[in-house]
Design a protein around this ligand. Structure first.
Ligand code: NAI
Length: 263
């Protein structure tokens, strides 16, 4: 689908959260294909190891490490270990995210109140912000880049997903403010994907492969009339993290098939 351009990440080291699955796994594959040594961080260490094996099988460099973004201790320990191993870190991409708790798809405000608030904010916002904070010296040393992953959900009004949507809206602000705090040495760029066919939507199904096919057939409520493949979001993340985006910071780019234009 996308032909990787020249090796934009040769000799670069990039950490990716949420690399066990979906957009994070596709981002790991894309950046590694462009020459990056990728550091794969995830709560699901088996999945992160599997991503690493896939990267290595294609001749790339990858290391996997367990990270629980909801735990301040885990974030601090992992960030310090990364700093010790990579005093200059070229990039950090925050793909990890949770959309609901306890397998409950919808958490309407009136029925469930703030159930899930702490978990969703700790993983989607606080954990990422804390990781960046600890890694600042390494990111500054490399004149690196941070890529946050928000969502088209940041701009929506949905009673059942209101906490997730709020975390994604918070990331728009965090991206702007971090960019101001870290300029000019470190760029901070957000990507706001539209609906993307990943495990996030599939893992609760008995038959994920037929659910995937149904999602492809169902299309999407955007100008292109379909959902994204994770590789298409990874391509935008790779652009944001590369020197091709050297004059972009503090903003979040919609990658949503024209969803923003069709609302
Ligand atoms: P996914 O569910 O396939 O992957 C998310 C990854 O985050 C998983 O590997 C999971 O183990 C990891 N994770 C969950 N909790 C964690 C924790 N406490 N610490 C560390 N890692 C943790 O999801 P997908 O679809 O790849 O999403 C990636 C990002 O893109 C998320 O931030 C999501 O909100 C965002 N996004 C996804 C869209 C979609 O339709 N799939 C649309 C818009 C945004």
């Amino acid at each position: 689908m996308n032909t990787p351009p020249a090796q934009r990440f040769s000799d670069r080291v990039v950490a990716i959260t949420g690399a066990a699955s979906g957009i994070g796994r596709a981002t790991a594959a894309r950046l590694a294909a462009e020459g990056a040594h990728v550091l794969l961080l995830d709560l699901d260490i088996d999945g992160a190891e599997e991503t690493a094996r896939g990267v290595r099988a294609r001749g790339g460099r990858a290391d996997a490490r367990a990270l629980d973004l909801s735990s301040p201790e885990s974030v601090e320990q992992v960030a310090n270990a990364l700093m010790a191993e990579h005093p200059a870190l070229d990039g950090l991409v925050g793909c990890a995210g949770v959309v609901h708790i306890d397998g409950v798809q919808e958490n309407p405000f009136l029925e469930r109140g703030l159930a899930g608030w702490d978990l969703l904010f700790s993983v989607n916002v606080r954990g990422m912000a804390s990781l960046v904070h600890t890694l600042v010296p390494a990111l500054v040393a490399a004149r690196g880049v941070v890529v946050t992953v928000s969502s088209e959900a940041a701009y929506r009004s949905r009673a059942g997903r209101w906490i997730y949507d709020a975390t994604k809206a918070a990331l728009l602000s965090v991206t702007r403010s971090m960019a101001a705090a870290l300029a000019p040495e470190v760029r901070v760029v957000g990507i706001a994907p539209g609906g993307t066919i990943t495990e996030m939507h599939l893992r609760d199904h008995d038959d994920p492969e037929s659910a995937r096919a149904r999602m492809r057939e169902a299309g999407g409520s955007n100008l292109l009339g379909r959902l994204a493949e994770p590789e298409e979001i990874a391509a935008a993340i790779a652009f944001a993290a590369s020197s091709d985006a050297s004059f972009i910071t503090g903003t979040t780019l919609p990658v949503d098939g024209g969803g923003a234009g069709s609302r």
